[in-house]
Structure formats: C-alpha cells, structure tokens
Design a protein around this ligand. Structure first.
Ligand code: ZN
Length: 136
C-alpha cells in the first residue's frame, strides 16, 4: 500500500525529514502477570526486532496485523489519546490505523497494549534514526 493510499488526511512528513525507521517488538504476558516494559528502549534496541518497518503505513499495518491475529475482541490503548478502545470491527481498526499513521508520521515511537481476559500483549514500535541503526 502506498503512503497516501488508505487515508484521506495528510500526515506529517517529519519522519522522512528525520530519516527514521521503526523496530517492532512484542511482549506477551498474562493479566495476572503483565508483560511490563521491563527493559528500556536502549536495551530493547540491542535485541533483534520482529520486524523493521520503513513507513508510517507499515507501522500501522504491523500493529493491525498483530491485533487481527489475536482473533477475539480486545481492548487496545491508543497511546496518543490515553484511552482504551474496544476493537473488533472494521471501523475500530481503521480508526486505530489512522491514529498510528499520524503518530508514526511525526517521527515518534508507539507503545500500545492489547488486553483480553487472559492475556496482556505489549507492542513497542521504537523509532530509530539512521545513526542509531545504520544496518537497515
Ligand atoms: Zn533498523
């Protein structure tokens, strides 16, 4: 999907000016034992990411794919609004997708939680500069 394909609004191009990409990480835990962000950004970046993502759309698509793969109704905290959003239908997913594109387009990292009755999953999309990661 191209950069302007799915959204009618115009995201920032700051991410391009900054020359950034994103490293994607996922931590799973239970509700009783949440996957707390036990390691900080620097230590996380020392580990191999699940994926390297190069555009805000790739970031949003990766988060959406993670969310869809869970296969049941979930609650997601959108970090930009600090609110919990029950997800499960296409409108919800499109809303989250757009929010995530806007955040990433500013050149920011995205941390988000996905909860169900039994499981807590945290997604970390760490923005990295070409200086921090010349390898991608
Ligand atoms: Zn990288």
């Amino acid at each position: 999907m191209d950069y302007v394909g799915r959204h009618a609004f115009m995201p920032s191009f700051r991410w391009r000016e900054l020359g950034v990409h994103w490293h994607a990480y996922r931590e799973r835990g239970s509700v009783r034992n949440p996957a707390v962000p036990s390691i900080d950004r620097v230590r996380r970046l020392d580990t191999a990411p699940l994926a390297a993502l190069y555009t805000p759309d790739e970031v949003a698509e990766w988060i959406e794919a993670q969310t869809r793969d869970l296969g049941e109704r979930r609650t997601v905290r959108a970090i930009a609004e600090r609110e919990w959003v029950e997800i499960g239908d296409t409108d919800d997913l499109n809303h989250l997708y757009s929010e995530n594109v806007l955040i990433a387009a500013r050149g920011d990292s995205i941390y988000t939680d996905i909860y169900s009755e039994s499981e807590n999953i945290q997604l970390f999309l760490e923005v990295v500069s070409a200086h921090e990661c010349p390898g991608h």
